[in-house]
Design a protein. Sequence first.
Length: 270
Amino acid sequence: MKESVSKNETNNKKSKDDRKDNSISSDNDEESSDSPKKGFRFPTPPPFLRIILIILADLITTLNFVSGVIAIVLICIDPQSTIYFLWACRLILLAIIFDFADGIPARLANKEPGFFGTIIDSIADSVSFGLAPGILIAFSYPFSNPQNQSYLVVAIFSVIIGVYFASCALYRLIRFTKAPSKKWFKGIPAPGAGCAAALYGIMRLYLENNLNWSSLSIPIVGLLCMVLTATMMIVKIRYPTTKLRKNPIEIFLLGLTAVVLFSLAFIPLK
């Protein structure tokens, strides 16, 4: 009897240990499924070349920041100037290219994102894809020259929506900095939202200048789209990341997207 009881106790202990091991392995499997797989890494370049690549990456990030600052300055100089407003939209699109391009020399240098680089990138993105698009939306319909009372209401709402857009972009960037994920985005990225705001500004100018379309439907539909875009930045819907991979089809589609965006940015206005 004693031997059978001891055997049962040992079997129970083994079953408990097996359950613990299975639970630990399942947790590890979940973590490994969420964690990104290590992809292709370039060979580490010589020290001198690596320093040049790191400096180049920081320089491109700085150009991203400068593009956003110049866009803000152009809008604030004269919100009613079609040329200034159009070039502000183009500079936001240019900042998106800089934001994408700064990772190329960093990957070539096998540089892991450090504290300094992360802070610079976050500041540049908050200016170029948060503050600049927010000001662009806020000054879409300036107060100084409203055509009628309805446009005055639209101007007030454009300021509110611009502040909302900038706040959502800042929240999105803070959340990404705290918990970056290389596999999924929670909410659309701030550069994508900034691109939508820039295209909104360009299409508004095109419809009003080339087609003489002065109906209230343009600002109403456009501003509602900006509210939706800003909200999609803060909702926790997962989107797959768009990191540059070795797949030539993905590289081709990214290049084609950049060409289409800049083709839209340089639509001639009357």
